[in-house]
Design a protein around this ligand. Structure first.
Ligand SMILES: O=C(COP(=O)(O)O)[C@H](O)[C@H](O)COP(=O)(O)O
Ligand SMILES: [Mg+2]
Length: 416
């Protein structure tokens, strides 16, 4: 029996409960009508190809089905049979639903917009260990956002300078020191030295403030080295690790998740490079899907933007955050991180948009304070506390000179 790509289309098909259903935006190529393009997407992303194939037996059980086409919206839906996927392997799932189809000539543009994950596939992934519960299980953030800061300049500080910035920020009220996305193990600030010296300053800050403080240590590294860094974090008493999830790749994230399970370490996902996939609105993979992948793989926090208030392009943050903290076959939720161009003057607007069950991160918005890091941290934390109680940052500034100075410098505007 011969199959061609037309066999991957059935507009009467009703997806099974254990099908993975993916929604794509597509622009069919000139020579392709909508049905042919939708079929080619289903075919190439499951087990077909451009040529007619002679196949026997159960091969067809692995074929995907394009079952809905909305030409006006440019959206199609494709149902993938559970048997197509290797349980628990995110690389293999993505090699299907975001693989060759991203570059095939049958479509001029294609964007994976959203996935409906079936319980069978969801249960094959660990999901987060803590999720937003880190705010109370590890930190003292309670009902307010967790706060974090990245030393700036993002790389170049010595280990001593880095740890000192941490001390200044922690004693100013920030919960978490965070490495920047490209700070790993460089000669000017070696990984293990940074870990031990920062944690020594963390201990000092905890003694002085009586608050729990911790460190989002960037363990990003090739293969087994990254796992060794996770072990070092645990050995030295750190409660978190940070991973650049897109540049390391999802198989590596899954390995880190497995290692972190052993140590009870929470995972902070930095998403550097995501914009290569999600910034151009008519092609690639949406941040919504990247966030879904990250939750399945088991990160506890992930950057999802600032609802347009910060310095970076943001997709539909609210929809992503709602999914990350919504029900999905019993998966633990994920704490969304708002970061990128934030400063104290934006925090009431930010919480109006995103609520308080988030983490908020500021680098320049703390270290760029006219009176330095410690004052910047005081201003940031005071603004967070006030915003979490529904007060404006202007009102909050009346009893916080450091916040008043921050507002004098940055006002309540988005930076450019
Ligand atoms: O270092 C920062 C922000 O520093 P600053 O506070 O100085 O802007 C983060 O890398 C960005 O937030 C990443 O972007 P996103 O959070 O959108 O992934
Ligand atoms: Mg950064």
């Amino acid at each position: 029996m011969g199959i061609t790509y037309e066999d991957f289309l059935d507009l009467e098909y009703d997806p099974l409960d254990d099908d993975l259903v993916c929604e794509f935006y597509i622009e069919p190529a000139d020579r392709m009508d909508w049905e042919a393009a939708a079929s080619r997407v289903a075919s190439e992303s499951s087990n077909g190809t451009w040529a007619e194939l002679q196949v026997e037996g159960s091969v067809r059980d692995l074929s995907a089905t394009a079952f809905s086409i909305d030409e006006e919206a440019g959206h199609i839906e494709v149902a993938y049979p559970d048997a197509l996927f290797e349980p628990g392997s995110m690389p293999q799932v993505l090699s299907c639903i975001a693989g060759n189809i991203m570059g095939m000539k049958a479509v001029d543009r294609i964007r994976l917009l959203d996935c409906e994950w079936p319980v069978t596939l969801v249960e094959s992934f660990p999901g987060p260990q803590y999720g937003s519960a880190v705010k109370s299980e590890i930190l003292d953030a309670g009902d307010r956002p967790a706060t974090a800061t990245v030393p700036k300049p993002k790389v170049g500080l010595t280990t001593d300078q880095h740890a000192t910035v941490g001390y200044e920020a922690w004693t100013g009220g920030v919960d978490l020191l965070k490495d920047d996305e490209n700070l790993t193990d460089q000669s000017f600030n070696p990984f293990e030295d940074r870990l031990t010296e920062s944690l020594a300053q963390r201990d000092r800050a905890e003694d002085e403030t009586g608050e729990t403080k911790s460190y989002l240590l960037n363990v990003t590294a090739p293969g087994s080295e990254m796992l060794e860094r996770v072990d070092m974090a645990a050995e030295h008493g750190c409660e978190f690790v940070m991973v650049d999830v897109v540049t390391t790749g999802w198989a590596a994230v899954q390995q880190v998740r497995e290692r972190c399970e052993r140590h009870g370490l929470a995972i902070h996902a930095h998403r550097a490079m995501h914009a290569a996939f999600d910034r151009v609105p008519d092609h690639g993979v949406s941040m919504r899907v990247i966030a879904q992948i990250a939750r399945l793989c088991g990160v506890d926090h992930i950057h999802t933007g600032t609802a347009g208030l910060g310095k970076l392009e943001n997709e539909d943050t609210e929809g992503i955050n709602d999914w990350l903290q919504g029900e999905c076959h019993g998966l633990t939720d994920v704490l969304p991180v708002a970061s990128g161009g934030l400063h104290p003057g934006l925090l009431d607007q930010l919480l109006d948009e995103l609520g308080a069950n988030i983490a908020v991160q500021a680098g320049g918005g703390i270290h760029g304070h006219p009176d330095g890091t410690h004052a910047g941290a005081i201003a940031f934390r005071h603004a967070v506390d006030a915003a979490a109680q529904g007060h404006s940052v202007e009102d909050a500034a009346t009893d916080c000179p450091e916040l008043e100075r921050a507002l004098e410098k940055w006002g309540t505007e988005t930076p450019r």
